[in-house]
Design a protein around this ligand. Structure first.
Ligand code: OOG
Ligand code: MG
Length: 259
């Protein structure tokens, strides 16, 4: 069952054809959903991608309310999802992609299985845009379905890294968050919306990664979860996410025909 579900989601992504939720007509436990997620990521690794990081979902009320899912979830990022800062995303590679502004952390050392991390674990922070693209019809899913679909992970753009601690005296817990499309505000909020302080995403991710057997080696990138609702991408636009004091991550959207 796990492999069959992973194949269905993989096929939906490859053919840009959304599929029915896995839980339609049967029950899908959360543990099985994480197994499907792992099988899906293993397919990407078998095609030559590398593990790149992890992401949390539904760490803000804004996101939970937008999607109707109210539990924090973890997903996996792979090298094939990375779009260089300032580069282009081609809509032809996606089903119905949406962008959301995020805070990214980088782990400065390996996490030992079972450890409760201290503040020494993170060495850098960056502004980021995550592109999510549910493989399900109408971008609708249950908790287990979105976990199986690797938490809708599709692409990410990272802005400049800066050493953690160098971002100024005020901490990260109340920074402005701005999502802009063609220089117009598409979403705005505060990093406070992310678990009260986005740094709390680090112990949350470590705990969930242990629970579901996801390794966290040095260099792992962690997306803390969006502070604002995601917005649908349109062709021939420029998208950026700015976190006050941290700078900006940006990309352009084309529809394959070129802008
Ligand atoms: C699931 C992914 C949620 C976030 O930042 O909360 C997420 C989805 O909304 O499709 O990435
Ligand atoms: Mg996200």
């Amino acid at each position: 069952m796990i492999e069959r579900f992973a194949a269905r989601l993989d096929e939906a992504a490859a053919t840009r054809t959304p599929c029915a939720q896995l839980s339609d007509g049967q029950t899908l436990s959360l543990d099985d959903a994480y197994s499907v997620q792992q099988a899906l990521v293993e397919r990407r690794i078998a095609r030559g991608e590398r593990a790149y990081g992890v992401k949390l979902g539904f760490t803000s009320k804004a996101k939970a309310a937008q999607m109707g899912v109210f539990d924090v979830i973890i997903g996996r990022l792979t090298s094939g999802m990375v779009i260089p800062d300032g580069d282009t995303l081609d809509l032809a590679g996606f089903i119905h992609p949406r962008a959301e502004p995020e805070v990214a952390f980088r782990l400065g050392r390996d996490v030992v299985p079972g450890e409760i991390p201290g503040s020494d674990l993170v060495d850098a922070v960056a502004p980021a845009v995550e592109v999510i693209d549910s493989r399900y019809r109408d971008f609708r899913f249950s908790l287990a379905d979105v976990v199986a679909d690797n938490t809708s992970a599709a692409a990410l753009v990272l802005g400049p890294w800066r050493p953690l601690g160098d971002e100024g005296p005020t901490g990260l817990d109340n920074r402005g968050v701005l999502l802009e499309v063609d220089g117009r505000i598409a979403g705005s909020g505060s990093t406070a919306a992310i678990l009260g302080d986005p740094l709390l995403a680090v112990p949350a991710a470590v705990r969930m990664a242990h629970r579901y057997g996801i390794p966290l080696p040095a260099g792992t990138v962690l997306l803390a979860g969006a502070a604002t609702p995601a917005v649908a991408l349109r062709a021939n636009t420029h998208v950026s996410a700015t976190i006050s004091g941290l700078g900006r991550a940006r990309f352009s959207v084309t529809d394959g025909g070129g802008a």
